[in-house]
Design a protein around this ligand. Structure first.
Ligand SMILES: [Zn+2]
Ligand SMILES: [Zn+2]
Ligand SMILES: [Zn+2]
Length: 354
């Protein structure tokens, strides 16, 4: 993620902000410029950005911004959709007649917008079902029903997230009962979108053979593999072969877990770069990190740079969160086969995207 500033007063802005806390200006994410900027309300109801790059073009605010306050994205004036490019991807929202669902919906949309920011920076295709009924993407944020639970997952471009995952207490309960070191909305979204891009970028492509060499044959019985995993747990040696225990369940889960970690790396390293992060320890044998160069997208960077920066950054992150009495921010150890799989994802990202 980048660091943003108010165009009027220079105040630092977060990706989620809808108002500048210093000067009070309305701010919004302008997807066409890939930045959060301030907006001035016009008598005709539209909004203008003072930035030269906006070229005087009017914007309107996403309806989920103005009516529901769960969004902070603007829609460029030449697009007459009532929803921004992120919100229009959600085809099922939680039942707003239930009060607790509104904050859950907000947290889900926030996590989804962060995901989309990274996908767009990586140049990945992000089309809605309306724009591309065959290969487009859509999200369903659903609660368990009386007739059965809703499973978080991906099927043919539809990403379903059980909204209980947006409830901190419930997600923590599931994390502990499944013996997972890390469970977040960002993690869920990055994992499920990995399945979507496997279908789009690997399934019918020249990458498939290399995928099978590295991750195994995805035609192995998926239902049985998952059943075995939940009945017996992961392979004893998963730590030296896989990025996470769950990755050992099936080649497609290995892929989705690896993809999710790649997005963790890219987003966190970009944030570190935007903040001017560097590590200069007193001892030469401690993890160090020269100033992280700013980047948008990762494809033009050598993989070695990403992975060599990731180790010291996550060491510092974990040390900092321990200092605050929190769990490790990144509770993973990347064994060489997991790093090789991350490189495969990187190589894929470095290709021009269809
Ligand atoms: Zn301001
Ligand atoms: Zn929106
Ligand atoms: Zn999965």
């Amino acid at each position: 993620m980048k660091v943003f500033h108010c165009d009027h007063c220079g105040q630092l802005l977060f990706f989620e902000n809808s108002q500048c806390i210093r000067c009070g200006h309305t701010v919004a994410y302008l997807p066409d410029l890939a930045l959060v900027g301030s907006l001035d309300h016009q008598p005709d109801g539209t909004w203008l950005s003072p930035l030269p790059a906006a070229n005087g073009r009017p914007y309107h605010l996403c309806e989920n911004y103005t009516i529901h306050q769960v969004c902070n994205w603007a829609v460029p004036g030449d697009d007459d959709h009532r929803l921004c490019v992120s919100c229009r991807l959600t085809r099922v929202i939680p039942d707003l007649a239930i009060d607790e669902n509104r904050p859950s919906w907000y947290r889900l949309e926030v996590a989804k917008r962060r995901l989309l920011f990274t996908l767009m920076e990586l140049g990945l295709p992000v089309a809605s079902r309306d724009d591309d009924p065959q290969r487009g993407l859509t999200f369903e944020f659903m609660a368990d029903r009386p007739d059965g639970p809703v499973a978080t997952g991906h099927a043919a471009g539809v990403i379903t997230i059980n909204i209980a995952e947006a409830d901190d207490a419930e997600r923590e309960r599931r994390r502990q009962s499944l013996n997972e070191p890390y469970r977040t909305l960002a993690g869920h979204l990055r994992h499920e979108i990995g399945h979507y891009y496997w279908d789009r970028l690997i399934a019918h492509s020249p990458w498939l053979d290399r995928f099978r060499e590295m991750f195994g044959d995805e035609r192995a019985d998926y239902g049985r593999a998952l059943q075995d995993y939940y009945a017996r747990g992961p392979a004893a040696d998963w730590g030296v072969r896989f990025i996470s225990a769950y990755a050992s369940a099936h080649p497609l889960e290995d892929w989705a877990e690896t993809w999710a970690h790649y997005l963790h790396m890219v987003d966190t390293l970009e944030t570190a770069a935007s903040c001017g992060f560097s590590l200069r320890p007193p001892r030469a044998d401690e993890p160090s990190l020269p100033k992280v160069p700013k980047f948008a997208g990762s494809g033009h960077l050598p993989f070695e740079w990403l992975i060599d920066s990731w180790y010291p950054l996550t060491y510092a992150l974990n040390n900092l969160t321990r200092g605050l009495g929190l769990a490790d921010a990144y509770p993973f150890v990347l064994a060489p086969p997991a790093v090789a799989k991350l490189r495969f994802v990187h190589d894929l990202m470095s290709q021009p995207m269809a």
